[in-house]
Design a protein around this ligand. Sequence first.
Ligand code: GDP
Length: 469
Amino acid sequence: MQCDHPNELGFIPKSVAMRLMKTHESIKQQRKQKQQRKDNPNAAASVDGDQQQSDTIIDYETHLENEAKRNFEKFRSQSSGAKKIGEKEICQRCHMLKHYGKVAPIKIPIEDFKNKLAAIKDMNCVVIKVVDIMDFHGTFIPDFRRIIGNNPVVLVGNKMDVLPADIHKNRIEDWLRHECKLHGMVVSHVKLLSSASRDGLASFIVELEQLRRGRDVFVVGCSNVGKSTFINSLVDEYKQKVVFTQDGQQGDDEATAAAKEKPTVMDRATTSIFPGTTLNIISVPLWHNASLFDTPGIDNPHQIIKLLRPDELKMVIPTKRIKPTVVHMIGGKSLYLGGLARIDYDGGLATFTIYTSTHLPLHLCRTDKADDLLTRQRGKMLSPPLGDAERLAEESIQLSQAKRFTIIPEKVDFRHTCTDIIISGLGWVAVKSLSKTITPMRVIVHTPTNIDVSIRDPLVPYTTTYNTL
Ligand code: GDP
């Protein structure tokens, strides 16, 4: 059983082996003496003494046996996780990429992200920044320019498929450009698309090729923006529709057919070019002399979805086109968005248009009765949260944060929305004043602690005829 190599099963250090051999010899000796005394009873000095000695030997043997068993189990558990000699270290994401052909999501805090991508600043590459169009501000990485240097940025607004059908794509792209500028970031290109339905992806490839000019491409974004879905769809689209030859020109049909027979891009997955980051950045050799790099998703703890369980998430994350709901508000009214947020209103007549998942129940009530309603209906009519009393009592999901905003319309305008109230991870509420004079509108937004709540210029200034509550 014993062997020389420390990494192989059965290895025992020499010192331990010597000690074991000595013990084994002495046990053998004692057994021999015991047998001799049995054969020659006259020589027995004391039966009691013999019995005692024999018990000690048996105990010691059992102890050694148990210790050997324990050591073997320990060794087995350690060696099962160890790297075999000659085996290449591969992270979970690369494993997914190689064996299942899919990019798997991974998330890290923003500070770790900055450290890991410090090298991008000095590279000549293109950066694709993916944001969730339902939560632009919650998924817009602050200080982004400082992380990536002067490299051109393509902003991808993902999940276009969930936006209401009457929203114009060009308008949203203009709005995205405007918001980027407001946040101090000039972008080279803006694209609204859907990674899930692949709407807009084919034209995106053409636009990306014009901008890329042979350079590597890095894809960055917060967790849950759909970055992995975007990369998987993009790679599939490249494989199916466009084949670029060595000099970056689009190939002919013959080249396409030949490329289809070659090993797929995913089969040639490699690990990172950055030292020490193989577990986080993976490269997909999408082009002959350049790669698409998938970076880890940045964790944003200020999104409401971070507090929710899978069954609750199903009610909050829109999976199909949202149908906004219009609510008429007067001072002293409150609006519940599930049991996760409440908006108290004080001001003249106004409409609130709610852009959230169609599965999220909305409830209008009087502000003075709102607390009582929450106590009675939380987890029932006002859900999520869902679950038993223990879940409903959890500190993290109580509406303990109150943010106040005063919205003053620029002019009397019954047609246009004046402001959006955004609750990160939940959606947004477009506010329109219907007052005949310019009246300040005061809102208090109650949410769980640390959830990002802010106001912005409206994404959709016109509200058409939607459902009313
Ligand atoms: P990552 O964490 O940024 O890599 O995000 P994933 O790719 O894992 O996607 C997060 C969630 O968003 C998943 O439930 C996806 O199905 C969903 N998702 C991704 N892209 C889209 C999209 O274009 N439209 C819709 N409706 N959902 C999407």
